[in-house]
Design a binder for this molecule. Structure first.
Ligand code: MN
Length: 417
């Protein structure tokens, strides 16, 4: 079908016709609207809608003329499916080219925002490799996994107000951290990344009414990439007894293009067997694992100045995440907590079992014991000012049959005095 598409799609594009991810952006005029990405271009959904492209599909008023996709996501799975089917039909019938071509922009000229306005943001901790690695670092004398880790998806509520878009500058946070055993206020000395996959709630749920795991598919819209920036020294001092706070809340970067669960359907796989068996409310026969592949790239200010390309620090598989998005959704509403359209919950750092597949610097550089060598001759235990981190990812193991999650990057700057 792709060869019938009237938009040329470069080989290896993360956005073939099978993907059709949506985001919000503007073309320099500040008029935020929804777009769908295809190859190197994007189609203005608001203008297309005005021109009747979605006639016969019931859409919430103004759902494509907004700085977030929340209203569109609230419309639910049958609407998402109908829009996706219509877009596929529009792009594969050359009769539409003349009408729609004026609503197409090069993606490179668009300023993309955070795709949804989450009311709530939850960050989980669902990679057994990451939890084990960090447990060994922080609690070398104990069992690396806490006794509850295999019973419930561990998570905490993050800060929605500091969720930032692709390309945002990340000012180095200041805080209280231990210097030679004494708490001292100053700039973070161990600024880190966390490679994560975010899941976006489409249809929310009322307070008092848990979402049953069987119904997860009716609530979840899609996925994106998340960099959960982490100030390890601030985190280490504050995290007991109540968990992460200022070590995490200064910034969370998300990728601009939401890939729908429907587009990801061919890449759904069984998640790893869970032993001990989980509680009934977390148990399902549905396959909620995803065959995703993630990468972390870094370039320093000096590398960019010298024209050196970014270097790949990590390649992490998502397929053996211990807890799935459906389990995370069922768990975070099990007590009756509500959810809203556009809410974000992140997987937790994605680390694989092997060296070079860890999703954070604290794991990759063994908490500073094995600094990473960069092409500019410098080394990194943690991020320095001017470092730019780019995360990328895709679904599918066969190169000819992939869809991309796109990428998200952020650059560290000095907070100043
Ligand atoms: Mn995290």
């Amino acid at each position: 079908m792709a060869d019938e598409c009237w938009v040329p799609i470069p080989a290896g594009s993360p956005y073939p016709l099978a993907n059709l991810p949506i985001g919000v952006g503007h073309s320099g005029d500040g008029r935020w609207r929804a777009w769908v990405a295809l190859g190197d271009v994007a189609l203005d959904l608001a203008a297309s809608h005005d021109a009747g492209a979605f006639s016969g599909i019931e859409l919430p008023d103004g759902c494509f003329v907004a700085a977030s996709l929340n209203r569109y996501l609230a419309a639910g799975p049958s609407t998402w499916s109908a829009v996706r089917a219509r877009l596929t039909a529009l792009f594969t019938d050359t009769a539409n080219e003349t009408t729609l071509a004026s609503f197409v922009s090069a993606r490179s000229v668009l300023t993309m925002g955070v795709p949804t306005a989450p009311v709530d943001y939850v960050d989980f901790y669902s990679s057994i490799h990451h939890a084990t690695n960090l447990g060994r670092l922080f609690r070398p004398d104990g069992d690396p996994l806490m006794p509850n880790w295999k019973r419930i998806p561990i998570g905490y509520h993050g800060r929605t107000g500091t969720i930032v878009a692709d390309g945002a500058e990340i000012r180095r946070p200041h805080g209280l951290r231990l210097i030679e055993g004494e708490p001292e206020y100053g700039p973070c000395r161990s600024l880190d990344i966390e490679l994560e996959v975010g899941t976006i709630v489409g249809v929310g749920s009322e307070r008092g009414y848990p979402i049953r795991i069987e119904d997860a598919g009716r609530h979840l819209y899609g996925m994106c990439l998340v960099n959960d920036w982490s100030a390890r020294d601030i985190q280490a001092y504050e995290y007991q007894p109540l968990g992460p706070f200022l070590g995490k809340s200064f910034a969370t970067s998300v990728s601009p293009w939401l890939v729908s669960i429907e587009a990801l359907a061919p890449f759904r796989i069984a998640s790893p067997a869970q032993d001990p068996p989980v509680a009934n409310y977390l148990s399902t026969d549905e396959a909620w694992g995803f065959d995703l592949h993630l990468e972390v790239w870094l370039d320093s200010a000096r590398m960019r100045a010298a024209g050196q390309p970014a270097v790949c620090l990590s390649r992490a598989p998502f397929d053996d995440m211990y807890w799935t998005p459906a389990q995370q959704l069922a768990h975070m509403t099990a007590n009756g907590a509500s959810t809203n359209p556009g809410d974000l919950f992140a997987s937790g750092t994605v680390s694989g079992p092997s060296r070079g597949s860890e999703g954070s610097l604290i794991e990759l550089a063994r908490n500073g014991e094995r600094p990473i060598k960069l092409p500019d001759g410098s080394t990194r235990a943690f991020l320095l000012d001017g470092d730019r981190v780019t995360m990328t990812g895709w679904a599918g193991s066969e190169p000819g049959n992939r869809i991309g999650l796109g990428s998200v990057s952020g650059t560290i700057t000095d907070q100043g005095g």
